[in-house]
Structure formats: structure tokens, C-alpha cells
Write a protein that binds this ligand. Sequence first.
Ligand code: TXA
Ligand code: MG
Length: 358
Amino acid sequence: MNTIIKKTDISNIDMSVIDLAAQILKDGGLVAFPTETVYGLGADGLNENAAAKIYAAKGRPSDNPLILHIADEKELERLVKNVPDVAKKLMDAFWPGPLTLIFEKSDTVPKGTTGGLSTVAVRMPEHPVARKLIQASQISIAAPSANISGKPSPTSGQHVIDDMNGKVDMIIDGGEVGIGLESTIVDVTCTPPMILRPGFITKEMLEDETGEVAVDRAVLEKPDKDLKPKAPGMKYRHYAPAADFVIFSGKKENVINAIVHNTICSVEAGEKVGIIATDENIGIIRNKTSHIKDKVIIVSIGTEKDMETIAGNLYKVLRNFDKTDVGQIYGETFANKNLGQAVMNRMCKAAGYNIVRV
Ligand code: TXA
Ligand code: MG
């Protein structure tokens, strides 16, 4: 397939690009586009055949449901059975923005979009390209992250081109996204509402609006046959770089020593090693591995004082390692609170739960 790739400046959106993309969506095609969280791979969410193409392009398991993207709360009327009061409060506070809500679905939404479930995920993105595309097409756009299934989500147009060129009808390249982690998913069909996937909108922020919010246990612990995540997509290995990825948690000094020690061992075993470090620790790790520097690639993920930067850099750093010949990656862990909860959730999955306490 020949993929049309169009760049647009997000502060001065080229409407001819939006109109072309809207027409492709109306014709049942696939368009990748930027949102404020990660890039999405969009199709008409109410057209089962169009939605099926998303699964084929991503190589995504068919039981993994899609999020519908809307630009106006009125669109909810045709998509969901009812809007609970708690959902209204969260919508008022966080829409448009990086929050996805799970509702009972209406009969209009095909089960091909919801992976056979009777619920549907809906989000109102804030990104101007996403909003204009929804408005121009008048479509509730089903859009998962625009990566090949299992890979880190794309946070730049180039990431999408790397994964999807030749597999989709069009890619709108709006440069780098702002947040860099997927939206927070909250199930509002239960009481109290429950976080199924942590994100930029944290538990603390949600609780300020609604009172108690639960967290799916599978978000915090390693899912297994007895602990199934309520968001089907969270059970798959995900966000994973090609190399083996191990993360260390514990006292700062122990973590640094463990990274250095394991790096030296891996290099001695013939491996090239990648290290993901914070600005605070990168200098000392570089010093202690300077004698093997030709075999080690050390990258900064940002300062531990600014979780937003770390969240925004995580997928880019993991994807960049896929372009190198490292066979092993070592990294630090972060405090599991506020935005750190979303970062740790993604890091644990990317590392296949290879977390070593030191
Ligand atoms: O930020 C985001 O949410 C991005 C952008 C493109 O909007 N989208 C995204 O979609 O991350 P995706 O498909 O990569 O992740 C959607 C997650 C999956 O884990 C899926 O299982 C879950 O949402 N999900 C979708 N519908 C659901 C439902 N009805 N019940 C429970 N989980 C659901
Ligand atoms: Mg995804």
C-alpha cells in the first residue's frame, strides 16, 4: 500500500491535509494522527470493516478493544447507554484531555470495535489535529496507539512512519507529542470508579474531583492467570524494546552499583549494553564504566525532579535503542506515586517485569 505522508504545523493546521484525511476515514480507510498523549491509528469506529483494518495493520489481538475519540460530548448520546454522575464530573474536569472513560455501550457501537465487550472506551482528545479531524470527518474515530502491537507507543511522526509506512492509507506528521504516555483509563461502570491504566491524569487528580477511586490490582502487580487486568490490552507484553530490559529498584547507591556491575558482566559476556539513567546518576555511571565505553550506550531519561519529562522521554528512549545493536538494557526505577505510577506501569511491562530489588 502506498501511504500518503503529510506534515502539518500544529499551530497553523493545513486544512487540506485534514480534509483529505477525513475523506479517507469516511471511505473506511486508516489514518494515523497525533494526539496529546501518543499518535493514534484511526478508522471509523462504527464501521466494523474499517475497525478490522486497524487490527490487521498493528498485528493486534482481536479481543483487545479500541478507544473511540470524540470532539463533542453530544456524540456520547449515540455511543453509550448512560452517563453516570461520576463520569460527568470527570468529563467536566478533564475533557478534552488525556482521560478515557469506560461506559456501557449502546447498540450502535459494533462488537468488532469493543473486542466483544458490552462496554466501550471513549476519550475526547485535546490535540488540535485530532479535534479537527474528528470534526471534519464527523466520525467517532476508533484509535489505538499507532505502533506495531507490542512495541513502545509512537510519540513522534517519525515513530509512526517507522512502524506503519506501507500499512496505512495516510500518516499526519505533527511532530512530537506533548505527554508521551497513553491516556489514563477509568471504568465508570463500577463504584467507586476504577483506574484500569494509569496515565497523566493521576489517581490523586481524579480523587480531588470525585472522592475515592480504586486501582485495578493488575496495574500494580504482575498479571497472571489469577490476576487478569480489566483492560484486555494490559495483559499483553507491551512497550517492549527489542533488547532484554532489566530495571533495578532500591537505594540510589545500590541501584547505581547494580547497573554498573551488571553492565560490566554483560560486556564481559560479549553483549553490547544500553543504560537508561537520570541526569542525577548519569555522570557517576559514565565514570564507572568509562573503561568499557565502546561497548556501552548511556542515555539520559531526564531529571528525577521532573516526572513529566521522564514520562515524555520513555518511549523515545526505548525506541532509539531498537536502532542500535545493544542486546541488553539496564535502567533505574521511580517512586510509584502520582505520575510515577504511570511511568512505572509502562516500565514494568517494557521490562517484562524483570525488576531486581537491590
Ligand atoms: O492515549 C491513548 O489512550 C491513545 C491515544 C491514541 O488516544 N490510545 C491508546 O489506545 O492507548 P490503545 O488501543 O493502545 O489502548 C487502549 C487500551 C487497551 O489496553 C484496551 O484493552 C483498553 O484500552 N480498553 C479499550 N476498551 C476497553 C473496554 N471497553 N474495557 C476495558 N478496557 C478497554
Ligand atoms: Mg497501545
